[in-house]
Design a protein around this ligand. Sequence first.
Ligand code: ADP
Ligand code: MN
Length: 249
Amino acid sequence: MSEKKKKIEKRRKDADLFKVVDSTIDPRTYLLLQDIARKLRIDYYLGAISSGKEAKVYPAKTYDGNFYAVKIYYVSTSASKKAIQKYTFGDKRFENIKASNTKKLISIWARKEFKNLSILYESGVNVPKPILVQEHILVMNFIGENGVRAPLLKELPDEEITKDMYEEILSQIDLMVNKAKLVHGDLSEYNIIVYDKIYIIDVSQSISIESENAPELLRRDIENINRFFESKGIEVNDTEEILKRFNII
Ligand code: ADP
Ligand code: MN
């Protein structure tokens, strides 16, 4: 192929890579996504499967036909800036980072989620496998089939919600706390994916069990799960008993 043809071919490929991604992607993010595509052999990115307050998640398809979930954090609003400072304050792993500007803060946030995912994954907690983090973009394994995400616990039909599932979630919390030494901090039916088993997601705000507010957050996590299963007519254990059983508090 001639140099000119190669160039045209490359330009075509670059355009293809983002054909389906929405226009909210800024130039800096666009370049990062290109770089990540090269590193991970990504053929193209699909349209966003979610757009929350802090991030958007996109499936990405590799040349081998595998899928990744690509979580892109927004350049932070002042509200999330405050939340970040609240959660990273007193966290030894982040105390050396003097986060002075927003761009840096949002990268710290992405890095924090990547670090938490890695700890959890290595501790045997069911979380998506972390793949890489680059500035404000985090890549992890995709939970679902052919780029179609598996449902959240929240989205399951009532008849598929079982006591076994409840017990499975409790044992995942036990692993998180007693092996990974982390409290999720935002656990609910919105941050659990149900596929071949249950997966815990969205761990950017997770904190060390040593943190001052860890007991309070853990109690709230368990109460959220209890409230959800109770509303589906499933008998749940007493929150205080669960905390005792886990040897905490
Ligand atoms: P946030 O709630 O901050 O927007 P989440 O990490 O909860 O971010 O992700 C948003 C949504 O993206 C989830 O509710 C889920 O539907 C989907 N999602 C997140 N991670 C994955 C993953 N690894 N595989 C498949 N879908 C995912
Ligand atoms: Mn979430």
